[in-house]
Design a protein around this ligand. Sequence first.
Ligand code: NDP
Ligand code: 8X3
Length: 252
Amino acid sequence: MSKIALITGATSGIGEACAHTFAREGYNLILTGRRQNRLDELAKTLNELYNIGIATCAFDVQDKEAVTANLENLPAGWRKVDVLVNNAGLSQGLEPIQNGLISDWETMIDTNVKGFLYVTKIVSNWMIANGSGHIINLGSIAGKEIYANGNVYCATKAAVDFLNKGMRIDLLPYGIKVTAIHPGAVETEFSEVRFHGDKERAKKVYDGLTPLVAADVAETIWFAASRPAHVNINEIIMVPTAQANATTFFRK
Ligand code: NDP
Ligand code: 8X3
């Protein structure tokens, strides 16, 4: 029987790339995100390329009731999730703490921490019932090192780092693997979202260097997901060659 991967934030960037990678590897997929049209297009493309089963669920991870209703309403067979790619997330703003918008902070905390937890609670219980599973959490280099004006975004990713470590302990007795992937700069819609749609400012983030692309991260996630049963990858920090740490870039 084909395995199942549930990928949150599959409408763009790293999540979308993961959908392609896991589909290529023969997984059936549960794809989530807010934009149903993108989920439909992705499902159509993957159906044309690979002969796999796909369920799509459009919901906002910030909305606890919507998360529960959408996931719990999936047909029972879809609860046999082998891999959860806990990826939905975003940054909003890049301002010193005294100037930050409270609405941006709330969106980041509600999405990257609370939404992440809502999904984790439901799927980890499915995995416990199934007797196995692998949760792969998208942290960030921003959760490992703080940078100027990163304040709340970095804090949410630091929370993911600790939750990753905490859930690994809690889920250990159930044989559930837990991994975090912490990327540096990946060119996706991330910066455009951070800068509230300012494409020009977003592009500048990657000026003069070759950033990671979403597929680089998806392949690393696949590496973690495809280790033998007795091997767990606890975490991986991956950056473009032109990035030494959260704040040091070499730009041509
Ligand atoms: P994108 O903006 O390209 O993709 C983000 C995805 O998250 C989209 O599919 C979006 O779907 C989904 N999402 C955002 N908010 C919500 C929400 N409230 N409810 C449901 N889904 C939501 O960015 P990336 O692919 O780059 O980001 C993916 C993850 O990787 C994030 O957690 C990010 O923090 C992390 N990351 C990114 C890095 C980068 O440099 N790009 C580096 C390190 C980590 P939709 O809008 O349809 O809801
Ligand atoms: C995304 C990477 O450095 O822009 O998490 O925060 S960074």
